[in-house]
Design a protein around this ligand. Structure first.
Ligand SMILES: [Zn+2]
Length: 386
């Protein structure tokens, strides 16, 4: 894993330096900040983003009426995996906003899910997929998987449908990716069925993979249509959206690598280091990958909870690793067509159906025909080959 991180760092650092130099120029010319200080970086970046990539989520909302987006999501999945979605109004839901759907294949039910999209009083915030029932063999027969897909979008007003931001659309696709991992499983033992037993650093693969459909013309045409005119998302808006996505992407990447390398190298040490050694290690990592100066009094290591709590100790790298896997999986679809049913079936068969039955690295290699490559992530992030 250290090799993987060092390799990414080597490729991303040159561009991150350029991005930071551009930010420094902008800050001194436009904001009167001659010497860009660490505490001004966030402010200056936001100003630069506004100047270069002004795009507001409010501008995008009219193109994403919720019912259209949900229909589009279903058609993406139908085209990829040949399954069908049907609403089942006979199933009692726990709130009038909630709808229940069945997934069928060859007219046979294989899974179900509750779709709970809107914020309401007393509902926990955020977006998540949770399992209601896991697919497993019981003494009474096969139990089919059922998921909860929960978001907190702004509810519709009157008889107008809710209009979603592009961020919200991406969130829905992300959570639905987790949902498909849960619902398309073929496993019959609960501990390895769906997302159960899937390696920590591979569990975000199906979810991040699904997000790609929200960034491509072909995908967006299925789920975006102007609420009043029914027009597709204009090309100019899409280009701005895509450009804004990769704003300062190399700087963002080296920041994540700084955290990952520090975390991993700290846990690699044979004996517990004292405070000065921890500081020295962080300084060394920063020397290698950081492009922004750190304030001399910065003690980031003391509040970096990931390194000792929450299950991420020596596991921070998993954020980046999952991105590598999903970008590389997506590149297979770029090669064959993003709705190519054969590639879709392979992804389903080798990744979604397997759950924790086999090692994640083995599954990925079975799908991709080789080990994961970092190239697609760099390309998708707009990071040029050094
Ligand atoms: Zn996720």
């Amino acid at each position: 894993m250290l090799d993987f991180l060092n390799d990414l760092a080597q490729r991303a650092v040159p561009q991150a330096r350029e991005e930071f130099a551009e930010l420094q120029d902008f800050a001194s010319q436009e904001l009167g900040l001659e010497n860009l200080q660490p505490w001004d970086v966030g402010y200056a970046s936001e100003k630069l983003r506004e100047a270069r990539h002004a795009i507001s989520q409010e501008q995008l909302r009219p193109y994403f009426p919720a019912p259209r987006v949900v229909e589009g999501l279903f058609s993406v999945v139908e085209r990829l995996y040949g399954v069908r979605f049907e609403e089942d109004e006979q199933v009692t839901c726990y709130h009038p906003d909630v709808r229940y759907f069945q997934i069928t294949e060859n007219d046979t039910p294989i899974a179900g899910f509750y779709l709970d999209l809107y914020a309401r009083e007393g509902k926990r915030g955020g977006a998540w997929m949770a399992d209601c029932r896991v697919r497993r063999q019981t003494s009474d027969g096969l139990q089919l998987p059922i998921a909860f897909l929960t978001c907190n979008f702004t509810p519709p007003v009157g008889d107008k449908p809710a209009l979603l931001t592009h961020d919200e659309v991406t969130t829905l696709f992300h959570e639905f990716g987790h949902g498909l991992h849960h619902m398309l499983t073929r496993q019959t033992i609960a501990d390895i069925s769906g997302i159960n037993g899937v390696a920590w650093d591979a569990v975000e693969l199906p979810s991040q993979f699904m997000e790609n459909y929200c960034w491509e013309r072909e995908g967006l045409d299925l789920l975006a249509a102007h609420i009043d005119t029914d027009e597709p998302l204009p090309g100019e808006l899409l280009e701005r959206l895509q450009a804004a996505k990769n704003f300062q992407s190399a700087m963002g990447m080296v920041r994540q690598l700084e955290f990952s390398l520090f975390d991993l190298r700290l846990h690699h040490q044979a004996s517990a280091p004292d405070a000065s050694h921890i500081q020295a290690l962080l300084d060394e990592v920063r020397q290698q990958v950081a492009v922004m100066p750190a304030a001399p009094f910065n003690r980031f290591q003391n509040s970096f909870g990931h390194i000792f709590a929450g299950g991420y100790a020596a596991g921070y790298y998993s954020y980046k690793w999952a991105e590598v896997l999903s970008a590389d999986a997506w590149s297979a679809f770029e090669e064959e067509g993003i709705f190519d049913p054969t590639t879709g079936q392979r992804f389903r068969q080798h990744i979604l159906e397997q759950g924790g039955a086999r090692d994640a690295a083995e599954l990925f290699a079975a799908f991709r025909g080789r080990e994961p490559s970092v190239e697609p992530l760099l390309r998708h992030s707009g990071i040029r080959a050094a």
